[in-house]
Design a protein around this ligand. Structure first.
Ligand code: DX5
Ligand code: ZN
Length: 213
């Protein structure tokens, strides 16, 4: 599995250094959680911050938009250097238009679904997207518990050949469940940034065998 450390759990006063630390620890992607205090009850950062840390690594930037009007801000995140842009199916923008804007801007488009959204809701868009982000916690905050029933969504998407990322509550134990369900990429905040050794934490998640090195 690919591992995408979530900068939400990093030291925000040292975003550049924290990004370098994750690259050295073996991260595959850098996951950036953008929240607008409207779509979710939390506020993080926007495109200027993403652009500011872009020069610290060449790793793909996996930008997760938890904002009400993603289409309005797609260009800003493309200019900031996003490689993959996930936005929520439950947001207000047209899904078709937003997917198209991301792809035309040269990034990979992805749709994210909240825990209460059935997997069927995303099926009409599979031909237009490169990834589905299955939330395994309610979006908004790090440090919550993994929702195992979401693995049914993962299995359903994998049976259709979709590239699947999961986000929320991933640790060495829950990574085993993700791997068994066929997940391609795991986001991990707390379990990587707060680990005594980030490289060992990432290696353990990637293996998905429950062994903490
Ligand atoms: C939650 C965010 C996640 C979060 C994951 O809304 O989308 O990316 O940072 O954090 P952990 O791994 O601590 O659950
Ligand atoms: Zn996220």
């Amino acid at each position: 599995m690919l591992i995408a450390p979530s900068m939400l759990s990093s030291d925000f006063s040292k975003l550049g250094e924290e990004t370098i630390r994750m690259e050295r620890a073996g991260a595959d992607w850098i996951h950036l959680d953008v929240m607008d205090a409207h779509f979710v009850p939390n506020l993080t950062f926007g495109a200027p911050i993403v652009g500011a840390i872009r020069r610290y690594t060449k790793l793909p930037f996996d930008v997760h938009l938890m904002i009400s009007e993603p289409l309005r801000y797609v260009d800003d995140f493309l200019k900031a250097g996003a490689d993959i842009i996930s936005f929520h199916l439950e947001a207000e923008s047209s899904v078709h238009e937003t997917l198209r804007a991301i792809r035309e801007g040269g990034a990979k488009p992805a749709v994210a679904i909240k825990p209460k959204t059935p997997v069927e809701a995303v099926l009409p868009f599979l031909d237009e997207l490169d990834m589905v982000l299955v939330m395994t916690v309610e979006p908004g905050f790090g440090g919550q518990s993994f929702m195992e029933p979401m693995m049914d969504k993962v299995r359903s998407l994998k049976s259709r050949g979709v590239f699947v990322e999961v986000d929320g509550g991933i640790n060495p134990q829950t990574a085993v469940l993700a791997k068994q369900a066929g997940v391609d990429a795991c986001v991990a905040g707390t379990s990587v940034f707060h680990a005594p050794d980030a490289a060992k934490a990432i290696a353990s998640l990637r293996e998905g065998n429950g062994v903490v090195l």
